[in-house]
Design a protein around this ligand. Structure first.
Ligand code: GLC
Length: 799
C-alpha cells in the first residue's frame, strides 16, 4: 500500500468482492461489487496484460508505447474456479484471482510463485484534476533483485530504491539524481533464478518503489490514467527483455555509417571550422563517419534555417564533407521562435499547430531563441507537417540525419523546467493536459522527425537521435544520455546507464564521450573512449565552452590511444552490425549486463561494470584515475584475452592489468568474430576478405555474421547474408560448419581464419570433405588460412 503520494491524502480505496466474471476470447473480465473491473488479456502464454477500471469505466485503450507489429498469440487458455478464487491457466503460467479482494498471484506451471499482489490494485480519487492516482503493490520476497527502468544514474540493482518517471532536462546531473531524460516504466524482477518483467503502460508521472518504503513490498503508481500493466514471465531474463522489446518494438537497421564514430561539439561553426575538424580526422587517421552541427548553424536558433554568415552555402559544404566520407547531422529543437516574419512560426500559427494552455492562450516559454511556442506533436496533423519541414533540408541541401534535442520539452527559467501542467494536447484524439502528454511529447516529436527523414532520405535509411524518450521511442530513434559531466563518476554512470537502457529495450544508445560539461584530462578522455567504442552509439560531444574535446586535443599519446580504440570499433563493425540485426529482428539487447548473461550466478546480481558486448565479447572499463589494472569478474566459461590470446577460466574474480592504452577485453571460447579492415569511414575500402578471429574451445559454440548493402532496403527483399558458424572443437580436431541464409553476395571471396588456442599442430585441412594443400591456404603463420567464403564444412585435424 502506498500512502505518501504527493497529493493531499484522501484515503486509499480498494476493490471488494467479485460479483461477475466474463470471458471474451482472450480477455477475461472480473467485476467487483464496488465497480472495479479487472481485465486480463492473454497476449502470449507468458505475457499477460492487467487493466483496471473504477466505477465500471475504463480509460480509453490507447498507448503510444505499444508496437503495432508486436507478435502475439497463445495456445492454451483455461479458466476454472473454486470457492475462493478463479484459476486461469496458460501454456506457461497460472494466475489466481482472489474472489474477495481481486488480488492476483502468478505462478509457473510447477506452482512456484513468481509474483503476487500485496495490497494489489488500490487508488485515491484525485479531486483536483479528476480521475485517480492509481496504485499497485506487490510482495517482495527476500533476495529479489530489480533491474531496468531506462536511464537511471544509480546502481544497476534497484532494490531498496524509489524512482520516478518524468522526462527532465537535467544539465550536469549527478549519480542517483532522478528523474532524468527518459521515462521507461519497465522493470525486471529476479528471484531464485526466475525472472519476470512488469511494464506499467501509463504516460503520467509514474513512481516505482522497490522495497524502499517497506522491505517486503514493491509498488508502482501514477498521478493519473489507468492501472494498466503487462506481466512477462521468463524464467530467463533474456526472455523477459525480448518479450518487452517485442511489445514496444525495436528499430529497423540503421545505415552502417551510423555505427561508426561520430564527432560533435556545441558548436562547430563557421564552415571553415567544420572543415578543419573533418580534415584533422583524416590527417590524424582517426576513423570518423559523422560530424554534428549544434544550434549555432541556425539563424538566431530558428529551426529549419541557416546562419548564412557562418554557412553561406550549406549544400556545397555538406557535399564536400560527403566526398571526404563525412555525413552531416543537424540539430532541430521543438521550440519555435515567436517571430512574425519566420515562416515556420507563421505556418504553425495559421494552422493552429501550437500547444495551448487550459483556458486557451498559446503556451509559450523561453529556450535558445528566446520566447517560443511549441508544436503539439501529439496531434497527427502536426506530425505530418513537421515531417514535411525536413524536405528542403534533406532533398535540397543534402543533410544526412537529424538530432532532436530539448524535447522534454525543456523550458528555461521556470522551476518546472517544462511546459505548465495545464497545457493541452491532442494525444491522437484523446485530448488531455500536459500531465498525461509530458512523457510522450519528445517521443512524438522524434517520431515525426523520423517519418520526415525516412521519407526524404529514401532509398537510403534514416538516422535520427533524440534526448527525451518514453517506452517505445526506440522504434524511431537512437538516443544519448544527455548533459553529463567530465568526471570519473560520470564514466561509471555512462556505463551503468547504457547497460540499463539496453535492458529496457533501448539499445541504440551512447553517452557524450568525455563528458558534456567541463573538460576531461587526457586520461579520462582515453578511458571514456575505451568504453564508448563498445556502446551502440559512439559520439564525442561537449559543450565546447570548457575547451577542446577532439581526439587530438590531449597530446599525441592520447591521440594514439583514441585511434587504436576507434580502429577496433571499425574492425568490429560486422560484429556490431550483427548485434544490431539481432536486436532489430530478435529483440536481443546489444549489451548484456552480467546478471542478464548468467542470472543463476548470484555473483552477477550486484555487478555494474563488466558487460557483454553482443554475445561473445566481455568488456570491463577502467573507471578510476592512475589505474594499472583492476579486479573484474569473469562469468562462467572460458575467456580469451583479446590482446594476448591467453585463455582463462571464468566463474571468478581476478586482477587484470590495464595500462592506459588498453582495457580488459575477453572473447568467449568458441567464438568466431568477424572483422573488417580499418577504414577511415564506412565504405572507404573495398573488402577483399572477411577476417574471422576463431577462438578454439572443446565443445560447441555458434556465431553469426550478418551483412547486407550497409544502407537501403534491399535487405528486406532477401538481399542479406546471414552466416551461422557452428564450431565444434575436440582434442585433435576443429570443425566449422557454415549455414548461410539470404541472397546478398558479399564483395569479398575469402575468409581469413585466424585460429587461436588450437591445442594441436595442424596436419590436415579439408574443405567440404576434400583435402586442401596446406601451403596454398596458409598465410601469416601456421594457424591462419584463407578459405573460400562458400565453404560449408571446414575440418581441421592434427597430424
Ligand atoms: C542541450 C543538449 C546538448 C546541446 C545543447 C545546445 O544541452 O543536451 O547536447 O549541445 O543543448 O544545443
Amino acid at each position: 500500500m502506498i500512502t505518501n503520494t504527493e497529493l493531499e491524502y484522501k484515503g486509499n480505496l480498494y476493490p471488494n468482492h467479485i460479483v461477475e466474471f466474463k470471458q471474451d476470447n482472450d480477455k477475461l473480465y472480473f467485476t467487483t461489487e464496488n465497480g472495479v473491473i479487472l481485465q486480463v488479456t492473454i497476449l502470449r502464454g507468458s505475457v499477460l496484460r492487467f487493466r483496471y477500471a473504477t466505477n465500471h469505466v475504463f480509460e480509453p485503450d490507447f498507448s503510444y508505447a505499444i508496437d503495432e507489429e508486436a507478435s502475439l498469440g497463445y495456445s492454451i487458455l483455461e479458466v476454472t474456479e473454486n470457492e475462493t478464487e478463479y484459476l486461469v491457466k496458460t501454456a506457461r503460467l497460472q494466475l489466481l484471482v482472489d474472489k474477495m479482494s481481486l488480488r492476483t498471484q502468478i505462478s509457473d506451471l510447477d506452482g512456484t510463485i513468481i509474483n503476487e499482489d500485496e495490497a494489489g490494485f488500490h487508488w485515491e480519487e484525485n479531486y483536483e484534476y479528476g480521475g485517480n492516482t492509481v496504485k499497485m503493490s506487490k510482495m517482495t520476497p527476500t533476495g529479489e533483485s530489480y533491474y531496468g527502468m531506462g536511464d537511471k544514474s544509480t546502481h544497476s540493482n534497484l532494490k531498496g530504491k524509489r524512482v520516478e518517471n518524468w522526462v527532465t532536462d537535467s544539465y550536469a546531473y549527478g549519480k542517483d539524481q532522478d528523474p532524468l531524460y527518459k521515462a521507461i516504466p519497465f522493470y525486471i524482477g529476479l528471484n531464485r533464478g526466475r525472472a519476470y518483467g512488469i511494464f506499467f503502460d501509463n504516460s503520467f508521472k509514474t513512481h516505482f518503489d522497490f522495497a524502499y518504503e517497506k522491505r517486503t513490498v514493491t509498488s508502482f503508481w501514477a498521478d493519473g490514467g489507468a492501472m494498466d500493466y503487462y506481466f512477462f514471465y521468463g524464467p530467463d531474463m533474456s526472455t523477459v527483455v525480448s518479450a518487452y522489446s517485442n511489445l514496444t518494438g525495436t528499430p529497423e537497421l540503421p545505415p552502417l555509417w551510423a555505427l561508426g564514430f561520430h564527432q560533435s561539439k556545441w558548436s562547430y561553426y563557421p564552415e571553415s571550422n567544420v572543415k578543419e575538424i573533418a580534415n584533422q580526422f583524416r590527417e590524424h587517421n582517426i576513423p570518423c563517419d559523422a560530424i554534428y552541427l549544434d544550434i549555432d548553424y541556425m539563424d538566431g536558433f530558428r529551426c529549419f534555417t541557416w546562419d548564412k554568415n557562418h554557412f553561406p552555402d550549406p549544400k556545397r559544404m555538406i557535399s564536400e564533407l560527403e566526398q571526404d566520407g563525412f555525413k552531416t547531422v543537424v540539430m532541430i529543437d521543438p521550440g519555435i521562435k515567436i517571430d512574425r516574419d519566420y515562416w515556420v512560426y507563421q505556418e504553425a500559427l495559421e494552422n493552429d499547430y501550437f500547444c495551448k494552455r487550459g483556458d486557451g492562450p498559446l503556451m509559450h516559454g523561453k529556450v535558445w531563441p528566446g520566447e517560443c511556442n511549441f508544436p503539439d506533436f501529439t496531434n497527427p496533423e502536426v506530425r505530418e507537417w513537421w515531417a514535411e519541414l525536413y524536405k528542403e533540408f534533406i532533398s535540397d541541401i543534402g543533410v544526412h540525419a537529424v538530432w532532436n534535442d530539448m524535447n522534454e520539452p525543456a523550458v528555461m527559467e521556470v522551476p518546472s523546467k517544462t511546459a505548465p501542467l495545464d497545457t493541452r494536447h491532442d494525444y491522437d484524439g484523446y485530448p488531455c493536459t500536459h500531465r498525461k502528454a509530458h512523457n510522450v511529447y519528445g517521443m512524438q516529436m522524434v517520431r515525426a522527425t523520423y517519418e520526415g527523414v525516412k521519407k526524404y532520405v529514401y532509398p537510403k535509411r534514416p538516422f535520427v537521435i533524440t534526448r527525451a524518450a518514453f517506452a517505445g521511442t526506440q522504434r524511431y530513434s537512437s538516443t544519448w544520455t544527455g548533459d553529463n559531466v567530465a568526471t570519473w563518476e560520470h564514466l561509471w554512470i555512462a556505463n551503468v546507464q547504457v547497460q540499463r537502457m539496453c535492458m529496457s529495450g533501448y539499445s541504440f544508445v551512447g553517452s557524450d564521450i568525455g563528458g558534456f560539461a567541463e573538460q576531461p584530462n587526457g586520461e579520462l578522455f582515453a578511458r571514456w573512449i575505451q568504453l564508448g567504442v563498445f556502446h551502440p552509439f559512439c559520439r564525442v560531444h561537449s559543450s565546447g565552452d570548457h575547451g577542446d574535446q577532439e581526439p587530438w586535443s590531449f597530446g599525441s599519446d592520447i591521440t594514439d590511444i583514441v585511434r587504436k580504440f576507434v580502429e577496433i570499433r571499425y574492425q568490429l563493425l560486422p560484429y556490431l552490425y550483427t548485434m544490431f540485426y539481432k536486436y532489430s529482428k530478435d529483440h536481443i539487447p546489444m549489451l548484456k549486463p552480467l546478471v542478464y548473461y548468467d542470472q543463476e550466478d548470484t555473483q552477477t546480481h550486484f555487478r555494474t561494470d563488466e558487460f557483454i558486448f553482443g554475445n561473445q565479447i566481455l568488456v570491463c572499463p577502467i573507471q578510476e584515475p592512475n589505474a594499472q589494472g583492476r579486479r573484474m569478474y569473469f562469468p562462467k566459461g572460458k575467456w580469451y584475452d583479446f590482446w594476448t590470446q591467453e585463455c582463462l577460466n571464468g566463474g571468478k574474480e581476478r586482477w587484470v592489468t590495464a595500462e592506459l592504452d588498453m582495457i580488459p577485453i575477453y572473447v568467449k571460447a568458441g567464438a568466431v568474430i568477424p572483422k573488417y579492415p580499418v577504414q577511415q569511414y564506412v565504405g572507404q575500402v573495398k573488402l577483399k576478405e572477411l577476417v574471422l578471429e576463431t577462438y578454439f574451445t572443446v565443445g560447441v559454440e555458434t556465431s553469426e555474421v550478418y551483412e547486407d548493402a550497409q544502407d537501403g532496403y534491399d535487405y528486406k527483399k532477401g538481399r542479406y547474408s546471414l552466416r551461422n558458424f557452428k564450431l565444434t572443437g575436440k582434442e585433435k580436431s576443429l570443425t566449422i560448419q557454415q549455414f548461410k541464409d539470404g541472397s546478398f553476395v558479399t564483395g569479398y571471396e575469402k575468409f581469413r581464419f585466424n585460429i587461436y588456442g588450437l591445442p594441436f599442430k595442424i596436419g590436415k585441412v579439408q574443405v567440404d570433405n576434400e583435402e586442401v594443400n596446406l601451403k596454398t591456404v596458409r598465410s601469416n603463420g601456421d594457424n591462419s588460412m584463407l578459405i573460400d567464403k562458400n565453404f560449408t564444412l571446414l575440418h581441421i585435424t592434427s597430424k
